[in-house]
Structure formats: structure tokens, C-alpha cells
Design a protein around this ligand. Structure first.
Ligand code: GTP
Ligand code: MG
Length: 359
């Protein structure tokens, strides 16, 4: 077992931020936990705009320096996207590994990618990140120590040469395209056979895989960690005497790194091409509405707004606030309320799915 890395988190509230800082930081902590690291301290600040050199202001930088002297931290994680030069300046000033939110999410993806296609997609996203951050890590701090930012299929230590990276990226794109073509053939065949597809979409950790397992005995890994599923899984299901396919896929998150959206295009095609979207929401989260908005934003970026959709409010066994449930039902339609864990409400879900698929 790798030693658990100890992380200090830094979050800055800017004037125009839509999300409360506390919500974003709570999520960052869950991301840190999901990556296998441990949060030992959190530092926050309110600012007009990021400092161009260090992202945080000079006073906060000093505070962070002092904190680092007292704590036995392995790295500092920023809840933001740092520019390559900010990351480098911070590393040189603080003499510690600096990781930003994008890099952290990429690391979780790297740990959770298991199929050949998933690994290629993660490597592509990581190299894309690396390519723009080649100046990001000062020579003073070698990254050979392991941990966040060093794991993943693409990690061969001296690939810091732009030319090599560019070559590798173009190779990966070709490979991914080849696999994407295979998917396309399968989809075309499916369409010809008139098989309808329902795709499970939603925020990470909302219970998509649990629902697939309950419905089909799929045995997909479910975990109380973010981004447990990366590779799409499709299972047959009998609905009103007809076979349909249900696809479980990668979850979404606020501020999803664009490198991942780009690299996972072919995986996301499964969602784009579905006949019905089951938008699974963790109703017990205090941030359920923000999560719905984030998911819908990504769906509209993927151009799937025309696909019929059902809001599947999951985990009702954990939510007792009737008022909240009524408000959600009034705002997001059509909706069903279920517990993927204990099976409650599944009949309603199947009825509405069947109806929406035109059975
Ligand atoms: N109480 C309760 N917990 C649930 C329910 N459905 C899922 N969970 C739990 O929520 C956590 C996440 O479930 P997953 O099915 O892995 O979620 P997911 O949407 O597939 O998540 P990612 O693959 O990470 O995007 C697990 O710990 C599940 O046991 C439910 O109806 N009730
Ligand atoms: Mg899952």
C-alpha cells in the first residue's frame, strides 16, 4: 500500500463565484479522499481576482508558509485551475508539490480507468494537461516521489519533451478513434435492430451504478467515492416484454476539466446517442439542485437537450424533508423518486421509462 499523502487545501472565494466556497471545498475534500490522500488543513480567502503570480495574495501565501512549517504536509491542493506559471511560482516559493483541481480529478480518473479505452482516454487527458504545463514544475522538485500528479497510464518519467508528447497524443487520438469506430458500428447495428437504449447520467456518486445493479444484476463496482465508474457498461433489460439496453457511464462534476470532456468524447457518445436519459440525482445531497444544474449544463454542451429525459431522484431512503422533495418534483419534470438501494419506487421508474420510450 502506498503511504497516504497529507494534503493542505486552499480555496478562494471570488466576487463572481456562483457556488458557495464551503460547498466547493466540501466537494474538494471528497475528491481528495477519493484520490486516496488525506486532508490535514484547509485555508480559505476572499479576493477580487486571482493574484497573477501566486493565485493567492501575499498575506495568505505567508500564512500557508507558516502552516507548512508546523504541519507535516506532502502537498498543497488548490480548488481552482492554476496557470502553469502560478503553479511553478508556488512550488518554488513553498518547496512543496502543488496540485490544482484539474490535476486532482485527472489523478482519480487515472486510478479508476480499467479498460484499454478508459486508460487511453485518461492518458490523453493527462498528456494534454502536461503539454500545457511543461513549465509548471520547477526543476527543484522532482515528481518521482509518487502520489497525486504522478500516477496513471501515461507516466513514464522523462516524457517531458514536447515533441514526444505531441507524437504520443496523436497516436492516442488515433487509437481512441479506432475504438470509437467500433462503438459506432455496434450502435448502427443496434439501431437497425430497433433496440432502444436508456442511458444513466448524472452527478458523480448519485447512484447510477447502484441503479444498474439493482435493475440488471450487473455487478458494477459501486463506491462512496467520486468517479467510481469511468468505463461504460451496458446491460439488457426486459421492459414490458421488450428488450432494452441500459448504459451506465462516467459521472459529471462542477468544473469538469475540459481535457476530460475532450478525451472522453467517444465514451460520452453512448449518452449522446441514447433514446432516453435517466438523470439520476442524489436527493439527499444539500446541493442537489446545484448538481442538477451542473449536469444539465454539461448535457447541453454535449448537445443532447432533445433526448427525452426523466429525473430520477435517488436515495429517498436518506431524505426525510418532504418539502424539499415536493419542490424538486414541481421544478424538475417528469420526475420519479426512488431508492436504488432498497428498490423503492422502481415500478414508477419503469412505468415512466416505458412510456417515454414509446412502448
Ligand atoms: N442510502 C442510499 N445510498 C445509495 C443509494 N444508491 C446509491 N447509494 C450509495 O451511493 C454511493 C454511490 O453509488 P454509485 O452507484 O457508485 O454512484 P455512481 O453514480 O455510479 O457514482 P460514480 O460512478 O462515481 O459516478 C454508494 O455508496 C452507494 O451505496 C440509495 O438509494 N440509497
Ligand atoms: Mg458508477
Amino acid at each position: 500500500m502506498e503511504k497516504k499523502e497529507k494534503a493542505i487545501l486552499v480555496g478562494v472565494k471570488f466576487k463572481n463565484d456562483l457556488l458557495p466556497l464551503s460547498e466547493s471545498l466540501e466537494e474538494l475534500k471528497r475528491l481528495v479522499y477519493s484520490s486516496g490522500a488525506e486532508t490535514i488543513a484547509v485555508l480559505t480567502q476572499t479576493k477580487e481576482r486571482p493574484d497573477s503570480k501566486y493565485f493567492i495574495g501575499s498575506g495568505k501565501l505567508k500564512e500557508l508558509q507558516e502552516l507548512l512549517q508546523g504541519e507535516n504536509a506532502d502537498l498543497v491542493i488548490f480548488d481552482h485551475e492554476l496557470s502553469p506559471s502560478q503553479a511553478r511560482n508556488l512550488e518554488e516559493e513553498l518547496r512543496i508539490k502543488i496540485v490544482d483541481r484539474t490535476e486532482l480529478i485527472l489523478d482519480i480518473f487515472a486510478q479508476h480507468a480499467h479498460t484499454a479505452e478508459g486508460r487511453l482516454q485518461v492518458e490523453l487527458a493527462q498528456l494534454d494537461f502536461m503539454q500545457t504545463h511543461l513549465v509548471g514544475h520547477g526543476v527543484a522538485l522532482s515528481r518521482l516521489g509518487g502520489g497525486i500528479g504522478t500516477r496513471g497510464p501515461g507516466e513514464t518519467k522523462l516524457e517531458t519533451d514536447r515533441r514526444i508528447i505531441r507524437k504520443r497524443i496523436s497516436l492516442l487520438k488515433k487509437e481512441i478513434e479506432k475504438l470509437g469506430k467500433k462503438r459506432e458500428v455496434l450502435r448502427t447495428r443496434r439501431k437497425a435492430s430497433d433496440l432502444k437504449v436508456a442511458a444513466l447520467v448524472g452527478y458523480t456518486n448519485s447512484g447510477k451504478s447502484t441503479l444498474l445493479n439493482t435493475l440488471t444484476d450487473a455487478k458494477v463496482l459501486t463506491q462512496d467515492k467520486l468517479f467510481a465508474t469511468l468505463d461504460p457498461v451496458t446491460r439488457r433489460f426486459y421492459l414490458d416484454g421488450k428488450t432494452i439496453l441500459i448504459t451506465d457511464t462516467v459521472g459529471f462534476i462542477q468544473k469538469l476539466p475540459h481535457q476530460l470532456v475532450d478525451a472522453f468524447k467517444s465514451t460520452l457518445e453512448e449518452t449522446i446517442e441514447a433514446d432516453l436519459l435517466l438523470n439520476v440525482v442524489d436527493v439527499s445531497s444539500s446541493y442537489a439542485e446545484h448538481q442538477i444544474e451542473a449536469v444539465n449544463r454539461i448535457l447541453s454542451e454535449l448537445n443532447v437537450v432533445a433526448t427525452p429525459m426523466v429525473y430520477v431522484f435517488n436515495k429517498i431512503d436518506k431524505e426525510s424533508d418532504e418539502c424539499k422533495l415536493r419542490e424538486l418534483a414541481a421544478k424538475y419534470k417528469p420526475a420519479v423518486f426512488i431508492s436504488a438501494l432498497n428498490g423503492k419506487g422502481l415500478d414508477d421508474l419503469l412505468k415512466i421509462a416505458s412510456n417515454r420510450l414509446g412502448h
